[in-house]
Design a protein around this ligand. Structure first.
Ligand code: PEP
Length: 257
């Protein structure tokens, strides 16, 4: 779809400290520039830990690197007595473009529910960040309800506090495919992505549905990215493990359909 620029997003999770982050982002950008990567044609984003963001911002702005970045989570609150939380205002000030919201590890390890995800999405949009709304079914959900029911319900709730003016990205990440090496097939990813696009059209309108990027995530690597990118409703990937290896991540960014 020509309206939607593909996005390859690297979720570092709790890996790489602020010094390692600087070296990594610099090397990644050089590597891709050497390979003549067209950053306008395929957008590249990294999601370092919070403590790396200031260093990454400084590097990216000083060296004018064509890589964008975001945080892995955001508070639903603006400021105040919320020990340990990070406001969207702080992230916007650090020139974060994106923020991951509702990643399956936040949902399972930190008990985030759909309402909290919705509140965070609303907060992100309010502060001018683009939320990457993560949805996906567990293996048990898949067996009980089929592939789309849970991600569709998660997305509906996640969108409840925003309107059609909001800039958003959706990431379909089946929980059973994350970090398991057991990636969904391109057909499976497409089937759910198409349902998620219908939700976008029903809730925020056809224009939003047409322009919003839907990513696939779950054991994406250099060898399997092309299959997803050939699907009409998949507009990029959210990459975990493989985003920590510069060569591997570069090969995902430089996919050939
Ligand atoms: C993720 O954490 O968002 C993810 C998709 O991880 P992996 O690529 O390692 O499966």
């Amino acid at each position: 779809n020509t309206q939607r620029t593909p996005l390859i997003a690297g979720n570092w999770k709790m890996n790489l400290d602020h010094l390692q982050a600087i070296a990594f982002v610099q090397k990644l950008a050089w590597n891709l520039k050497d390979a003549k990567h067209d950053f306008a044609a395929v957008e590249v984003a990294v999601f370092p830990p919070f403590t790396d963001l200031r260093s990454v911002q400084t590097l990216v702005s000083a060296d004018k690197l064509p890589v964008v970045f975001g945080a892995q989570d955001v508070s639903a609150h603006d400021s105040g007595a919320f020990t340990g939380e990070i406001s969207g205002a702080f992230l916007a000030q650090l020139e974060c473009t994106y923020v991951l919201i509702g990643h399956s590890e936040r949902r399972t390890l930190h008990g985030e529910n759909d309402e909290e995800v919705a509140a965070k999405v609303t907060a992100a949009v309010k502060h001018g960040l683009v939320p990457i709304i993560c949805v996906g079914e567990t293996a048990a959900d898949l067996e009980l309800h089929g592939p789309s029911a849970v991600p569709v319900a998660q997305l509906r709730t996640a969108l409840s506090g925003i309107d059609s003016a909001a800039d958003i990205v959706v990431a379909y990440e089946p929980v059973w495919a994350i970090g398991s090496g057991q990636a969904a097939t391109p057909e499976q990813a497409e089937q759910v992505a198409a349902q998620l696009r219908l939700v976008l059209s029903e809730t925020l309108g056809q224009d939003v549905a047409d322009k919003t990027r839907i990513l696939y995530g779950g054991s994406v690597k250099g060898v399997n990215i092309a299959g997803y990118m050939r699907e009409p409703n998949v507009d990029g990937a959210l990459v975990g493990g493989a985003s920590l290896d510069i060569d591997e991540f570069s090969s995902i960014v430089r996919f050939q359909k």
